[in-house]
Design a binder for this molecule. Structure first.
Ligand SMILES: Cc1ncc(COP(=O)(O)O)c(C=O)c1O
Length: 377
């Protein structure tokens, strides 16, 4: 491999690693939970027990760290396990700021299972962030952009500058854009979180999470210890599947972004819809920031708000034939979901909203499917 290959090349080749023992290009899977110790009590390459390290983890985490320009990546058994580890690494009572629109599981966990002081601010309002920050007291600002499922956009570079001035760290949930479209650490964030369950794996058959850090510091050490001591780690087969999926990440994201944009443009102003929420549309509030911050596309997630309120939305999702009615996102199959009925009762998601995850099917089939579902509703 050349000295400075592009991220596309590195990703397609899984960093270009070749197994030293066999010459295999596809990496071997190491299901072993333990590794033999030397008679002098030393360990080989620090390999002791799979909860501490497993050779299968190394290639996937090294690739993710490289893609995110981080000093390292820690894999977890799910996206939520990664979120939990980060918040557990803070101190009880620490002040944290989160956006009002975000993956509901994060809000639920922080409010119900931590003793952090959590404050929520509108995603796009940097003045509100400035006002909420308590210099020397706020420990972490959590960003999710574009946010699920309203697709609000936060200016990561500006938010990081404001947060750092007040002494707070910045963590970004980069699940939706993936490092193909946004690299938060290069924009000043300190930690990136991924639900690898979604686009990184890309095939809807793995549950996995990750944190990536910009710097190897006290917080990063604490996160590693929580991962090791708590043991919320992925299985080796899941990790192997993650790496296999990541090899096609760039090409999948290119296709998905193009299809999502075509769908958003087609349905923008549709008489059966109240609105289309997609940062690629110029009339979306966060469009200008997204256009600056996102590289080469606006992602594969959008939402439509249907005329006729909840009942109208329920009828539309009932009528799709190609879009499958299912939660999650980032796989090959396009999905449609009535989000408010999935989230807890305090969810701010409007009842007329349907979330769409765009997959790899023909975009004209997807448009025709939504058209017929809107028509028959
Ligand atoms: C934006 C976002 N972050 C985090 C998560 C949590 O990931 P996981 O389901 O792998 O725990 C999800 C799950 O849907 C998500 O949508």
């Amino acid at each position: 491999m050349s000295d400075c290959p592009s991220l596309e090349t590195l990703t397609a080749q899984g960093l270009g690693w070749v197994d030293r023992e066999t010459g295999s290009i596809v990496p071997p899977l190491y299901p072993s939970t333990n590794f033999e110790r030397n008679p002098d009590l030393s360990f080989n390459d620090n390999r002791v027990y799979t909860r501490a390290d497993n050779p299968t983890y190394r290639q996937a985490s090294a690739l993710l760290a490289r893609l995110e320009s981080g000093c390292g990546a820690q894999l977890f058994s799910s996206g939520m396990a990664a979120v939990v580890a980060l918040f557990q690494a803070l101190r009880p009572g620490d002040h944290v700021i989160l956006p009002e629109s975000l993956y509901f599981g994060v809000r639920k966990w922080v409010l119900n299972y931590t003793s952090l002081q959590a404050e929520f601010v509108p995603n796009e309002d940097l003045d509100a962030l400035r006002r909420a920050l308590r210099p020397g007291v706020t420990r972490l600002v959590w960003i999710e952009t574009p946010s699920n499922p309203m697709w609000c956009v936060t200016d990561i570079a500006a938010a990081a500058e404001i947060a750092h001035q007040a002494g707070a760290l910045v963590a970004v949930d980069n699940t939706v854009p993936t490092p193909v479209l946004t690299r938060p650490l290069e924009l000043g964030a300190d930690i990136v979180m991924h639900a690898g369950t979604k686009y990184l794996n890309g095939h809807g058959d793995v549950l996995l999470g990750a944190l990536v850090a910009r710097e190897n510091n006290e917080l990063w050490t604490a996160i590693h210890e929580i991962a090791h001591d708590g043991g919320a780690l992925p299985g080796t087969f899941e990790t192997w599947l993650l790496l296999r999926g990541m090899r096609t990440l760039f090409v999948r994201m290119e296709r998905i972004c193009a299809s999502a944009m075509a769908i958003a443009q087609h349905f923008h102003g549709h008489p059966k819809l109240v609105s289309v929420l997609y940062p690629g549309l110029p009339d979306c509030a966060g469009h200008d920031v997204a256009a600056r911050q996102m590289i080469g596309g606006f992602g594969g997630m959008l939402s439509i708000r249907v005329r006729g309120g909840r009942e109208g939305a329920v009828r539309v999702q009932a009528g799709t034939k190609i879009f499958k009615r299912a939660t999650s996102f980032g796989g090959t199959d396009s999905l449609i979901e009535h989000r408010a009925s999935y989230e807890p009762p305090d969810s701010p998601v409007p009842p007329d909203l349907l979330r769409l995850s765009i997959g790899l099917e023909s975009v004209s089939d997807l448009i025709a499917d939504l058209e017929q579902a809107l028509e028959s509703a």
